[in-house]
Design a protein around this ligand. Structure first.
Ligand code: MTE
Length: 315
C-alpha cells in the first residue's frame, strides 16, 4: 500500500478561473481587489494571498478538474496516517499559522523567512493556478501558487548550488503518524537545481481559490507536475541549496523502487507493477484507466533537462 501510494504526478490544465471556482466569496473578493489595489492588499494580506488574483499558467492542459471533495478526501500524507482518508480525518489539528521557512545552504541571503513575507514578495504575474496530480490514480487539481524559482531568485542562489533539498515539519504532537517510525521523519525530498528553477515547478499555497487544505500540505508545498507525486513534498519548513544530491524519503526507504528523479515514465515499470496506465479518479467508483504519458505530458517542456541520460537507470 505504501508503495502504490507514491506514484502521483501533477500537471497544468487551462480553463478560465470561473470554470474552476464556483465560490462566490472568491469572486466578491476578487472584484474588491482588482488592479493596483490588489497589489497593495497582497502586501498586507500575507498567507491570505491564496484568495487573490491568479492567472492561468501558460503551461496548461484543458482537462476538467476533480471536485474539491475528491481532491481533499483521497490523499497521501503519512504524517497523518497511511490510509487515503486519514489525512482528511487527522490533519485538521495541524497549526499552520505562524509558519516560517528556513532557507539555507548555498544561498546569498540565508534565514528564517515568515510565510507572509515570502508571499507578499510574489508579484501578480508570478501567481499561477491549475496543475494536475496523477498517481496509480490521477487527479486534475487546480493548484494556486508561484514558481519556486521566484523564491530562489529572491534569496540568491550561489554558483556552487547543484541541488535543492526540502523538509516537512516535524511535530509529532500534531502529526500522529510521526509518533510511529513508518518513515524516517522528517519527510525529505530534493530536486536538481535546473528542475527546481523550471517554471513548471511551483510552491503551491492553495487550490480552488482556497488556502491550502491541511491534508493537501498546508500552508506551502511543492508541486512538480512531470514527476510522480512523492516528489511533491508537503508543509515545507526547510529549503537548503546543496552541492550534493540530498536525501529523499522514498529513495532512502526503498532505493531499488524509488529513484531520485521519479520522472513519470510509462516505459519504466516499477519493479512490482507496470507504470503504463493510470486510474482517473472521478466518474465512477473505480474511475477509468488511461495510458500514462511520458513526463506526464510535459515532454516538450522538460525532456531537454534529461538529454543524454539513461532514464531507465536514472528512474
Ligand atoms: N509530503 C509529506 N510531507 N508526507 C507525505 O506522506 N506524500 C507524497 C506527497 N507529499 C507525502 C508528501 C505522496 S506519496 C503523494 S502521492 C502526494 O504528496 C499526494 O498529494 P495530495 O494528497 O495533495 O494529492
Amino acid at each position: 500500500m505504501q508503495i502504490r501510494s507514491s506514484r502521483d504526478r501533477r500537471w497544468t490544465p487551462d480553463l478560465g478561473w470561473s470554470d474552476v471556482t464556483p465560490k462566490s466569496a472568491w469572486l466578491n473578493r476578487r472584484m474588491l481587489m482588482a488592479g493596483a489595489a490588489a497589489t497593495a492588499a497582497a502586501a498586507a494580506a500575507g498567507p491570505a494571498l491564496a484568495k487573490l488574483d491568479y492567472r492561468p499558467s501558460p503551461l496548461s492542459t484543458d482537462e476538467t478538474p476533480n471536485s474539491f471533495e475528491e481532491i481533499t478526501n483521497y490523499n497521501n500524507y503519512y504524517e497523518f496516517g497511511t490510509g487515503k482518508t486519514d489525512p482528511a480525518e487527522n490533519a485538521g489539528q495541524l497549526t499552520t499559522d505562524p509558519w516560517a521557512v528556513e532557507i539555507g545552504g548555498l544561498v546569498e541571503r540565508p534565514g528564517s523567512y515568515d510565510l507572509g513575507d515570502i508571499l507578499s514578495g510574489v508579484t501578480l504575474e508570478e501567481r499561477i493556478y491549475r496543475l494536475r496530480c496523477v498517481e496509480a490514480w490521477s487527479m486534475v487539481i487546480p493548484w494556486i501558487g508561484f514558481p519556486l524559482a521566484s523564491l530562489l531568485d529572491r534569496v540568491g542562489v550561489q554558483p556552487g548550488a547543484k541541488y535543492v533539498s526540502f523538509e516537512t515539519l516535524t511535530r509529532p504532537e500534531e502529526m500522529p503518524g510521526q509518533r510511529i517510525p513508518i518513515l524516517d521523519w522528517p519527510y525529505r525530498e530534493g530536486l536538481r537545481i535546473d528542475e527546481a528553477m523550471h517554471p513548471l515547478t511551483i510552491l503551491a499555497t492553495g487550490l480552488y481559490g482556497e488556502e491550502m487544505p491541511n491534508q493537501n500540505g498546508a500552508p506551502i508545498r511543492l508541486v512538480v507536475p512531470w514527476k510522480y507525486g512523492f516528489k511533491s513534498i508537503k508543509s515545507i519548513v526547510k529549503i537548503d541549496l546543496t552541492g550534493d544530491e540530498p536525501p529523499a524519503t522514498w529513495k532512502m526507504m526503498q532505493g531499488s523502487e524509488y529513484g531520485f528523479y521519479a520522472n513519470v515514465n510509462p516505459e519504466v515499470d516499477h519493479p512490482r507493477w507496470s507504470q503504463a496506465t493510470e486510474r482517473k479518479i472521478g466518474g465512477g467508483l473505480f474511475g477509468s484507466r488511461v495510458p500514462t504519458q511520458m513526463f506526464n505530458g510535459y515532454g516538450d517542456q522538460v525532456a531537454a533537462l534529461y538529454a543524454g541520460m539513461d532514464l531507465a537507470r536514472n528512474y
